[in-house]
Structure formats: C-alpha cells, structure tokens
Design a protein around this ligand. Structure first.
Ligand code: FRU
Length: 821
C-alpha cells in the first residue's frame, strides 16, 4: 500500500547560474513543481509516495521521469504526451534569494492530464492524498484533479492541500479564487502563505483569517507559513506560533514544499488522528518542518535539494546548542524570542500562572502578546501557548489576573474562573496619538483558553496618553475590586463591583517619590510588619528609562496606608525607596490569590532594563525573569522597609553542598575554590574585621569576572560587572553600582544566586537586593574571596551547586559537573 499520492504540476525550473565567460546569462536546469517536490521530500524521508502528472515526450519529460524515479517516487502515474511540451519555468532571484517566475505553459504537458490518466484504484487505498491548485488552472487537468480529490475523500484518505498561488498561470483572478476555494472543501490539512490567506479570505490578520477558514470549511490543521519567521498553526483546540530557523538562504525555491513534506511525514509517522494531535506533537512536527524548509533554501533548486531526517535533526540540535550559552539554568526565560514584563500573576487550583509581555516574531520589542507558563512550585515552568493575541483594539500590554471566585463578573455561568485585566494599546484614529484602554479576557479552563470580553474596552480615559498596567485585587473591607493603574506621573485607583464597570476613587503620586521616568506597572498590597500584629500597605511603582539617568528603568516602593479610595504615604514626598539596587529588575508585580494558609506575597520582575533591553547579546531569545521572591516588612530606625528573599521552593535545586567556618582571609591568603558547575548559591556570613574592601569574585574559564563586594567605610554593598563579559552592546551596561548596607556588630551577610546570565545578591537577609544580568565569555569556574588589606573572617561559608530547572526534578546532575572541593 502506498502511504501518499500527490497530484499536480511537474516542470523544469531554470534557476540563474553564474554568467558565461562572455557575460551571458545562464540557467541551471532544476526539476521542480510544488506537488512533485512534496512527493520527493516525503520519499526522501522514507514515506512510500507516488506522483500523478503528465510530461511531454521530450528531453525534459524524460529528465523529470528519471529524477523522480531516482528519488524513490513511484512514477507509474506519470504519463507522457506528444500534444504539448513539458512545462518550463524560468526563475529570477533577487538579492535575498526571493523569486519571481516566467512560465512556459501555453499549454504545458501537465495541464493535459485527464481523468482517465488518474489511477483511481490506487488512490482508494492510500493514507494521504496531496494536491495543489495549479493543476486546476486548465482543463482537462482540472477535472482530473477534482476526480482524484473526490475519490480520495470518499475512500477516507487524509487530504492535504497547498494552493500555491501563481496568478500568471490563471486566466482570471476570480477563477483562481473559485478553484482554490473548491479545494478548501476537501482539505484536512491546509498549508497557506500569509498573502494567499489574505487573498482568499480578504482578512489581513492571520489569526482571524485562519479562523474564518476553519469555521467555513472545517479544516482540521491550518498552517500559515511565515518564511524565515516560522509558521502559525490553528487546530480545533489550540493555535500558536512556531519560530523558524535562520540560515543563509541562496534560493528559496521549494522551501514551502519541503516544509509540507516534513509536516506530512511527521503527521503520518505519529499515526495520530488529526483531531487528537496534542500541542507537543504539533510543536514537534512544525519545528521539524520549519527546519526542513530552512535547509532547502541553503542550496539551489528544489526537488534535488530536499533534506534528509539526519540533516534536519542536526540543524535542530545545533540551534539548541546556540541558544544556550546564556540560557538561564534556574531563572524563567521564554522558549524563544522577546520577553518583557511579568503579567497576570495568579495562583489558581494548584497552579501558579506566569504570563508575560511577549513578541513571538522577534527578539526585539514589538506588537505585544501575552506569553504563558504554568508551574506547580514557582520554580519549574511548563511553557503554554500564547494566551492573548493583539486584536482590533490593539496590542496586549501589561496587566494582571484575578480569580473571580463569586462570579461577580457574570462571565462564569455561576461558577468561578480567571479574569485578565490588561491594557489594549493602539493609535487613536482621530488624534493619531497612542491610545491605552483597559480590557478583560476570561478563562473557564484553568487558563488554557482565553476569550476576550465582548464589551472591551471596559475603561478608557480619553484625556490620558499614558494610562496602563492595571493591577486589580479584591478589597474585602469595602467588598469590591480595586484597580491600581498608572497615568504618566501618578497612580489612580478605581473601584468596581463586577470588574466590568469602574469608577475613579483616588489618585496618588504626582509630587511623590521619584519621577525620573514615566510611572509604570503599579502594585498595591498589605503586609504584616514583623510579628507586631500590625500591617502596612506597600505601593510598588516602576519608573521608565530616562536617558539622563545611568540607572535606566528601575522600581521604587512606598509604605503607607490604603483607605479604600487612595494611598496615603507614610513618608515625606521626597523620600525615595528602591526595590533593587541592581540594574536588572523591572516591572515586578506580585501573585494574586495565593491561599491564605500559605500567606505569602510573592513577586517576580523582568530581569532587564529598558536602557539596553533590546540589545543584550542572546540570539534566539531575549529577556528573563528574576527569581520569585517572598516579600515581608520589617521595622527599622528609618521606618518600615521591605525585605525580599527568593521563595523557599528554590532550595529543591540544591545539589552538592560544601561548607566552611572560621576561615581567615587576608591579602596573602585569599579563599579560592575551583568549581565545575556554573549554577551556584553562595552564602557568606562575615566578620568584616579590619579590611577596607572584601570581594567575592566569580571568574570564568575565560577572561570574565563578576565581583560582589562590600566597602565597610562607605557601608556599601556593590556589584562590579565592568569585566563580567559582553558589555559593548550598550555603553551603560559596564558598571559598578551598589546600595547602602549597614554592618551589624561588624558583621554582614551576603547571599548570592549565580546563573549563566545573571547574579542576584541579597544583603543582610534580604534588606538590600541587587540583581544584575551578566554575559560571561565562558562558564564560571572559580570562586575567590579576597581582601586588599587587613582581614575578614568567614564565620560561615556555604556553596551549593544548583540543578537546572530544565532537567527533571528527580535527575541529579552528572557527576562530572560536581563541585571540586
Ligand atoms: C513596562 C511597560 C509597560 C507596558 C509594557 C509594554 O516595561 O512599558 O508600561 O505595559 O511594558 O510592553
């Protein structure tokens, strides 16, 4: 039995070659034709495939016959005619390898395929039948194609369809459209380009266009190819983007056909009914297909350039390796492409949700989507499909999620579910100014699928240009929802009974705290102060980059009270408190709905800085999150202040532990240890003694070193990343910066988490925090504690190697990576 039969055009592509010695143009003769390419691609991957078409009784006809035969394709359905010549196409390539065509087909032999030529008996028994639209441009091939398609459908085969529009081959555009639409009725698997989709549906948005096709024709698998960007897919239960592979393209001919062949191969190989394909299976199949498509473009021609399974796997593996030099081992990072703010942090039915500002097409900021991941423990994350896509109201900026336990929104049919409240950002058609309005989306299936609320947007303030990043919580005292939202230079508070209608209750901040940049990403929550039984409210405000501030974007907080209407600051208006004195902790907000029994307030931030976020040197992904941190309040001389420590769940990553006590460090006797593991936790309690500065130096096998230091005279905890590795991407990256930190009886505590792309430093049990990205030239391999003068005593020192969150919790790391003590 044959697995696949493909029907359609087969021709010779004349692809430009080097000019002759005299400078005349030359063309290389490359067998091609989309369905023929697909057949060869499948055969190359080991699928038993036959091809049905017609060629002329000429030299080119024989060449095509021989080539297909040599490629392992069953050619018993390839017939010859003397009534027309084999179809020819001249390909013209531009600088990027993109093509245009001149066809010699008036008529061409392939259009003379007649219904009698079609091996109906064989079609009856194949698993998959593949067709395109170009064999429907003229009779009798149109009837032959249609007869075969109908037969395959009746016989219960899967049908795959690639319309592959070439307008010059059609008599009229309308006839192209009508014939292409005919094919849609039969397709189970459709591959279509962005331009084709918009031609067929009249819709320029691929998500909506594909939805329209799915609804009209009930096509199970729709894949929209996006050239080097990869592809978008829509299945009945889920949709998503799968990133492409960037390669050096010399000729893009056949990329779509290799893609199709690879996809069909994967779908057949799995043997899974199309309706039951899981997300992992489609991800895997489309990643394979993207790699196959990319490989074809690296060589000239199509049919003879089809990649093998080995080549595809190699490309996939090599990209895996490239991605990972600075891929964090225990900080959250996106599967690929751009990430910024954490959004929609909510705990619901045993799962922590982390949504995030995501640009699925680029490693630079762009039209924002909400990426999504789920965790049982705040440490190990499962990537989920994109939750929110831009729509007619604009891109999806930052926002939050709450659990609507009592169905106050009326969106959950008497039950409960998740509501996302976020900023829709677009351009006001009247003023041409940016417009930011607040909208809702909801999910009744634990955040797996999302519906935008039909009445969006729910809150607009036409006078405000910056009006974004709503953070909502249930205020039990006033029995209503409260939204904190920023408006340029202040935060506003709105109240609501139902999450849909909001009224302004108060404003805070115009003259308070730091205004070095635009106010963004507010959060407001109440916390106990030590064990006093008293509480205070914490207002978090991130402030955007300002070219005049070397610190770039950073986050401040206020301590005070919330009276149900507005925030009242405990401190003088000019008193500024910073959340983090490193350069890379921005837009942090806290999880909603962590159960009372747990009682924690947990925050996570975006571990980058708008100053250089778009320029950091990672390749296929950009941006990661800080560690999740539990927040608490403590009373000090200067007032109530915030304490942050990574959540206790991080301890499960500890692997090999080493500890020392009472170690004296002098200029002549530094404490130095080689390590063979680059994920580390270091905890040092020191008696500062007589030194003028103590340094904890984390050194790579290359030249890089990152220093965490303490200056007892200035009482200053700092990070020096001037030699930490790559820094040339932005002039302000290379810097030494820090924070005041008092010694307590001549002692300090420093607790460090070192990842491949970052260092997080917690001083005096979380009273002072510094979070910095680093891009070392090679993995860290030495930890050294040094003083310039005098001495310090390491009362206790502990180093733990940490397991990566990317490997299963139960696996221990390989022994060869053990710390060398
Ligand atoms: C903060 C921010 C938000 C905005 C989002 C856009 O980093 O500028 O104010 O909603 O990023 O991605």
């Amino acid at each position: 039995m044959l697995d696949v039969i493909a029907i359609g055009e087969v021709l010779i592509d004349f692809t430009p070659a080097d000019p002759t010695a005299r400078g005349n143009e030359q063309f290389e003769c490359n067998p091609g034709g989309a369905p023929a390419n697909v057949a060869v691609s499948l055969s190359q991957l080991g699928v038993k495939t036959a091809f049905v078409s017609k060629v002329g009784e000429d030299r080119f006809g024989s060449l095509l016959h021989e080539t297909l035969l040599r490629s392992g394709v069953d050619v018993s359905g390839l017939s010859f005619t003397n009534e027309a010549n084999t179809t020819l196409a001249f390909v013209h390539l531009d600088d990027k390898g993109d093509r245009s065509f001149s066809f010699y087909r008036k008529p061409g032999a392939d259009t003379l395929l007649s219904p009698q030529d079609v091996p109906l008996d064989r079609i009856e028994s194949c698993r998959l039948f593949h067709f395109g639209s170009l064999s429907m441009t003229h009779e009798p091939a149109r009837s032959a194609t249609r007869t075969a398609v109908v037969k395959a459908k009746e016989a219960g085969a899967m049908l795959s369809y690639d319309p592959n529009i070439r307008f010059s081959l059609w008599e009229t555009t309308e006839s192209a459209k009508q014939n292409i639409l005919w094919g849609m009725k039969y397709a189970d698997i459709l591959k279509i380009s962005e331009e084709e989709l918009s031609f067929i549906t009249g819709i320029n948005d691929i998500e909506k266009g594909s939805l329209a096709l799915q609804q009209q024709f009930g096509i199970t698998v729709i894949v929209v190819t996006l050239a080097e960007k990869g592809c978008y897919y829509r299945l009945p239960a889920h949709e998503g983007y799968i990133p492409g592979f960037s390669v050096k393209a010399v000729d893009t001919t056949g990329a779509g056909d290799a893609f199709m062949g690879c996809l069909l191969f994967k779908l057949l190989e799995g043997g899974i009914p199309l309706h039951q394909i899981t997300q992992d299976q489609i991800n895997n199949a489309l990643t394979f297909a993207n790699a196959g498509g990319a490989l074809v473009t690296t060589r000239k021609g199509a049919l003879q350039s089809m990649p093998t399974t080995d080549e595809i796997n190699k490309l996939m593996e090599s990209k895996q390796l490239n991605q990972d030099s600075w891929r964090p081992g225990f900080h959250f990072s996106p599967p690929s492409h751009w990430l910024n703010d954490p959004n929609g942090l909510v705990y619901y039915e045993g799962e922590y949700h982390l949504f995030y500002q995501y640009h699925p097409f680029s490693t630079k900021w762009g039209p924002m989507h909400w990426g999504h991941a789920i965790s049982p423990d705040l440490i190990h994350w499962q990537h989920e499909p994109i939750a929110l896509f831009p729509d007619e109201h604009g891109a999806i900026f930052s926002g939050c999620c709450v659990v609507d336990w009592n169905n106050s929104s009326g969106l959950f049919n008497g039950s409960h579910g998740l509501v996302a409240i976020f900023t829709h950002a677009d351009t006001d058609p009247e003023s041409g100014q940016p417009r930011q309005r607040q909208s809702l989306a909801y999910s009744s299936d634990k955040g797996r699928t999302w519906h935008k609320y039909a009445g969006n947007p729910v809150l607009a303030e036409p006078g405000l240009i910056d009006f974004r990043d709503p953070k909502v919580f249930w205020h039990s005292k006033s029995k209503r929802w409260i939204m904190a939202i920023v408006a340029g230079d202040h935060v506003r508070f709105y109240g609501s009974e139902n999450l849909r209608e909001w009224s302004l209750t108060g404003e805070f901040g115009q003259m308070e705290g730091s205004h070095d940049g635009v106010w963004e990403c507010p959060d407001l929550f109440e916390l106990p102060i030590d064990d006093t039984g008293k509480t205070k409210w914490v207002l978090i405000i991130s402030i955007g980059d300002n070219p005049a501030c070397p610190e770039g974007s950073r986050t401040q907080y206020f301590i005070g009270d919330f009276d149900g209407q507005t925030f009242i600051n405990d401190h003088a208006a000019d008193h500024v408190m910073w959340l983090d004195y490193g350069r890379d902790n921005y837009a942090g907000v806290t999880w909603s709905d962590i159960p009372e029994q747990d009682g924690r307030r947990v925050m996570i931030g975006w571990m980058s800085n708008w100053k250089y976020a778009n320029d950091t040197p990672t390749e296929s992904w950009r941006g990661s999150m800080t560690l999740p941190r539990a927040l608490s309040l403590t009373s000090r001389e200067e007032g109530v202040v915030l304490i942050q420590m990574p959540v206790r769940e991080i301890e499960q990553l500890r692997n090999e532990s080493m500890s020392w006590s009472d170690v004296k460090v002098t200029p002549k006797t530094p404490f130095t240890r080689k390590i063979s593991h680059d994920l580390l936790e270091i905890e040092a309690d020191m008696d500062i003694g007589s030194t003028d500065e103590v340094h904890i130096i984390m050194k790579s096998t290359g030249e890089s070193e990152t220093v965490v230091g303490y200056d007892p005279v200035r009482q200053w905890l700092f990070i020096d990343r001037t030699k930490s590795g790559r820094h040339e991407f932005h002039s302000s990256f290379s810097s030494k910066h820090g924070a005041p930190m008092a010694q307590e009886n001549g002692k300090i505590k420093i607790h460090i988490w070192l990842d491949r792309n970052a260092v997080e430093v917690y001083g005096n049990e979380g009273l002072v925090v510094l979070t910095d990205q680093i891009f070392p030239d090679a993995p860290m391999d030495t930890i050294s504690i040094q003083v310039k003068s005098g001495q310090v005593i390491l009362d206790s020192l502990r180093m733990d190697t940490l397991r990566s969150i990317h490997i299963s919790k139960n696996l221990t790391e390989q022994t060869s990576r053990r710390a060398d003590v």
